[in-house]
Design a protein around this ligand. Structure first.
Ligand code: 8IG
Length: 275
């Protein structure tokens, strides 16, 4: 049987594919170990230029298990960056979203690959909708916890993993040393790709959510399984449906991301300096 990705074959072990991907990255870059990894979501892309010196850029689809991103505004590269501290960062500009329908292995692959390169810290960033009414488009917030509404998990079989303090309190405190004004909230992942109805946003609020998005929770679970420490950051590009008086437009979302990009990228670069 032909599979469009090695990950689609149920006989393969996704961790073997991740190790193979990490070996390919080491071969392409000559860097056999990365210390931290960052997934840059909408609005966060410029951070790659600010955190250090990019020594290698790889087209993600050249690495086993990675897929071409389906969306403009999302990069399709992997970069190895030398940080001022001498540490190495792997920057993932190629996120596969759950809503693309390629399954949870495809979603978790970049995180598992990052772990296989040696990364002990996973920084997950995204663009998202805000539920707290005083939040403004363009504002970055820390993810304190999540509610996964995908009804899925990247874990296979009877794998029971504790998710207490999934979004590291230590790393959140460290981010607040850089910017004490950083607010935080519970991230609710919907499947998407449609935005929520106002009623769904009210549900998210009632169950304890503050941020709505279409990524991150499955990646965070996979990162925890891989033993990584996780920092989650959302750029609030829009107030969630019904919180804002105006309907959501993807163009406006991208525009808010672009406008905030220099500021939040600098924030992220300063945080990474301390990791
Ligand atoms: I950017 O309002 C962005 N991504 N689910 N809802 C969801 N995802 C988002 C939103 C939003 N804004």
């Amino acid at each position: 049987m032909a599979f469009s990705s090695a990950l689609d074959d149920p006989e393969t072990d996704p961790f073997d594919i991740a190790r193979e991907a990490a070996a390919q990255i080491a071969e392409r870059t000559g860097v056999d170990h990365h210390d931290i990894a960052l997934t840059l979501g909408s609005g966060w892309g410029r951070a790659a230029e600010l955190i250090g010196e990019t020594t290698h850029t790889i087209t993600a689809t050249d690495i086993v298990g990675f897929r071409a991103p389906s969306l403009t505004g999302h990069l399709g590269t992997l970069r190895s960056i030398l940080l001022p501290s001498g540490k190495r960062a792997l920057v993932i500009g190629a996120r596969t979203h759950y809503y693309e329908g390629h399954g949870v292995r495809a979603v978790a692959h970049s995180v598992r690959t990052a772990a296989a390169t040696g990364a002990k810290i996973m920084v997950l960033t995204n663009g998202a909708g805000g539920i707290k009414p005083h939040w403004k488009p363009g504002q970055p917030v820390l993810i304190s916890d999540h509610i996964n509404l995908t009804a899925n998990s990247p874990l296979e079989g009877g794998t029971f993993i504790d998710l207490t303090d999934l979004y590291s309190a230590r790393l959140r405190a460290l981010a607040r040393e850089v910017d004490p004004s950083l607010d935080e909230g519970v991230y609710v992942q919907f499947r998407g790709p449609h935005y929520e109805t106002p009623a769904e946003v009210q549900m998210a609020k009632i169950i304890g959510g503050h941020i709505v998005g279409m990524s991150t929770t499955l990646e965070a679970i996979a990162a925890r399984q891989a033993g990584m420490e996780i920092l989650g950051l959302s750029l609030i590009t829009n107030l969630a449906a019904g919180i804002s008086p105006t309907p959501l437009s993807h163009t406006e979302v991208l525009e808010a991301g672009r406008a905030a990009e220099p500021v939040i990228s600098e924030l992220l670069a300063k945080i990474v300096e301390r990791l």
